[in-house]
Design a protein around this ligand. Structure first.
Ligand code: PLP
Length: 420
């Protein structure tokens, strides 16, 4: 028997299979430990701080005393703990239960799912919408369902990981254009004229630099070469544009962008969930073919209730959206006056550029000691020499919160030589 040959003493069949299982497990552990060590060695280990309160502008964090001002959530509009959003989630939970124990097409569609899809398409002024468990799912589900080997997809090189994964899954011809480089995009559009459909895919706003895709130029190139335009609006929905409709509203091209994917897990209540909104025929096709939709559970009613109320609040008034714009301006201008360099154009993602990885990391630690929670990003998440602390502004930060954050940055920046 296999293990008896190795061990030089006989084992029963039962003992032999258990020995084999333990050997396989020991081997797995060795492989995993080596892999984990290489992550630590590369300095890319991600540790997680534990929050012991609701998400919001002020939180409690395990290991830190008192209230901490939170400047690193995607809670752009502060709706994650808005009383009306929470109440709506609770009502949906009570009326519609904890969950559907089913995918949508078997017995997982409730009227609240249909109502939310209708609300999303009205919000974005598109024909129809389809819900997913996350925008990651929406992004991994769309390209494979829509594009075939006859088609081509042209993707910005800095697009989100979920777009990259979604494109990997599809059989279309794949082209990657340089970040926001319209000459390169045009060259690739010229190259792809032989294909049946051409789809340009871009983040509306890019989360590392807070920069905004040049949608006007992308749409006019798409028109010139008869291509479709897809945007991921996770860092735009709810707060970019005069009414928070997103990058396409901000840049005046709502009628030229064909497909929008976005999340319910950031500005729109922050629970979870994602969606695609666009032409009715596309949404019908996704309901038939999109694998993360077909083979994954329906969104839980409480999540649907929260997102639905978040959209109501935004459709009633643009006051929350506008308050975030004002606060972003306050932070950016005060930081610039203090001598810091901030990337991006008027987006609430404000990358404070520091250069050295160590500087970003020690400054973020010192900020936490002063009661401000921010995160340092360095290589390989961002290019070498471009380490930064990414600050995210929310509509529910008070002006005082913003001023405290700027003061802490100034103090810590002087201490570490990032400011004169
Ligand atoms: N797209 C972008 C640009 C994102 O930043 C994220 C989340 O970080 C996603 C997609 C995935 O969104 P979700 O959390 O809904 O899966």
């Amino acid at each position: 028997m296999w293990c008896s040959r190795l061990l030089s003493y006989p084992l029963s069949q039962g003992q032999c299979s258990s020995y084999r299982a333990r050997t396989a497990l020991a081997q797995l552990n060795r492989v995993l430990e080596a892999e984990l060590e290489s992550i630590r060695g590369a300095g890319t280990w991600k540790s997680e701080r534990v929050i012991t309160s609701k998400q919001g502008p002020r939180i409690h964090v395990e290991g830190s005393r008192g209230e901490i001002l939170n400047f690193c959530a995607n809670n752009y509009l502060g709706l994650s703990s808005h009383p009306e959003v929470i109440r709506s989630g609770l009502e949906a939970l009570e009326k519609f239960g904890a969950g559907l124990s089913s995918v949508r097409f078997i017995c997982g569609t409730q009227n609240i799912h249909k109502n939310l899809e209708e609300k999303i398409s009205r919000f974005h002024q598109r024909e129809d919408a389809i819900l997913y468990a996350s925008c990651f799912d929406a992004n991994t589900g769309i390209f494979e369902a829509l594009l075939t080997p006859e088609d081509a997809v042209l993707s910005d090189e800095l697009n989100h990981a979920s777009i990259i994964d979604g494109i990997r899954l599809c059989k279309a011809n794949k082209y990657r254009y340089k970040h926001m480089d319209m000459q390169d995009l045009e060259a690739k559009l010229l190259d792809t004229q032989k294909h049946r459909l051409r789809l340009v895919a871009t983040d509306g706003a890019f989360s590392m630099d807070g920069d905004i895709a040049p949608l006007k130029e992308i749409c006019s190139l798409a028109q010139k070469y008869q291509a479709l335009v897809f945007i991921d609006e996770c860092h735009a929905t709810g707060f970019l544009g005069p009414n928070g409709r997103g990058t396409d509203e901000l840049l005046g091209v709502m009628d030229q962008v064909d497909i929008v994917n976005s999340t319910l897990g950031k500005a729109l209540g922050g629970a979870a969930g994602g969606y695609t909104t666009g032409p009715k025929a596309l949404i019908n096709l996704l309901r038939q073919r999109s694998r993360p939709y077909l083979f994954s559970n329906s969104l839980p009613p409480a999540v649907v209730g929260c997102a639905s109320k978040a959209l109501d609040l935004l459709m009633e008034s643009n006051a929350i959206t506008q308050s975030m714009v004002a606060k972003t301006k306050r932070f950016r201008s005060k930081m610039a006056a203090a001598g810091f360099s901030i990337l991006g154009n008027d987006h609430p993602i404000c990358p404070v550029m520091l250069g050295e990885a160590r500087l970003a990391s020690v400054m973020a630690d010192d900020m936490l000691e002063r009661g401000i929670y921010v995160i340092g990003f360095s290589y390989p998440v961002v290019p070498k020499g471009k380490a930064r602390i990414r600050v995210q502004i929310s509509a529910v930060h008070s002006e005082d919160d913003i001023d405290r954050c700027v003061e802490a940055f100034t103090e810590v920046g002087r201490k570490h030589g990032a400011l004169p």
